[in-house]
Ligand binder design. Structure first.
Ligand code: PMT
Length: 225
């Protein structure tokens, strides 16, 4: 039987990519199948948590018992996440959020020849995780870092810049790790300087490990350890 050690806990998870529309038929996106975030949502629900999953477009089935909020763009993801942060004790931000969006979304399909499709003006999207990191409160904030190089330096920079409790870094140059696949191998970097290298495992097993770590951090924060 699965232990119900997350009963009474509210877990908010983001997953999948965001889509930043150029016109009705084109968009800019980031790579992400949503598998990592959906695995966390499913594992948390099985351990008794109340789970909300804010998801960009994916082809995955909704985990049983999980509240799903579908979003398209980063701005929509922010609007779904921020109002729910207050009620959440643990937040996992596994989504691959596009850092930029087109300044203008054309209402009609842009035409080759007539419109200049060789240049698209972009503007910054909000950094949802950084905003969460600035909120007061005793929740545990877990970010992800998809890196191709300088994994440790890039991940630890995000950990401190976004004021996280924990960052989960994956090397997305590997074919058996990161995007799309059912397995992942990650390095964990904690705000208190601890680090932990985990072996390669299924994303569902990893979800269990991450929930263990987040729950321990939550107990530390609330003084119930
Ligand atoms: O979905 P899968 O196919 O299973 O793949 C899983 C994954 C590789 C996408 C996942 O494990 C992962 O690494 N997710 C984070 C990818 C990413 O966008 O990393 P980043 O280094 O760009 O962002 C760092 C953190 O800030 C992330 O937690 C991200 O959700 C958050 N962020 C980033 C930009 C932004 N504008 N807002 C954010 O909240």
């Amino acid at each position: 039987l699965t232990p119900q050690d997350l009963a009474g806990e509210t877990v908010l998870v983001t997953a999948g990519p965001t889509r930043e529309e150029i016109d009705p038929v084109r968009y800019i996106t980031n790579r992400s199948s949503g598998k990592m975030g959906y695995a966390i949502a499913r594992a948390a629900r099985l351990r008794g948590a109340r789970v909300t999953l804010v998801s960009g477009p994916t082809c995955l089935p909704v985990p049983r018992g999980v509240e799903l909020v579908r979003v398209g763009s980063a701005v929509e993801m922010r609007e779904a996440v921020l109002p729910r942060a207050d009620g959440a004790g643990i937040i996992f931000k596994a989504a691959a959020v596009a850092d930029y969006r087109p300044t203008v979304r054309a209402s009609q399909k842009l035409k080759k020849g007539k419109d200049d499709l060789s240049r698209i003006e972009l503007e910054r999207n909000p950094d949802i995780l950084a905003e969460l990191g600035r909120l007061p409160g005793g929740r545990v904030l877990v970010g992800f870092a998809a890196e191709t190089d300088e994994l440790e330096a890039n991940a630890t920079a995000k950990l401190s810049a976004k004021n996280l409790d924990l960052i989960v870094a994956n090397d997305v140059t590997r074919e058996d790790v990161g995007f799309d696949v059912d397995t992942n191998e990650v390095r964990l970097f904690f705000a208190d300087g601890r680090r932990l290298d985990l072996a390669k495992m299924s994303k569902f097993e990893l979800a269990g490990e991450l929930l263990d770590q987040a729950l321990a951090l939550k107990k530390q924060k609330t003084g119930t350890a």
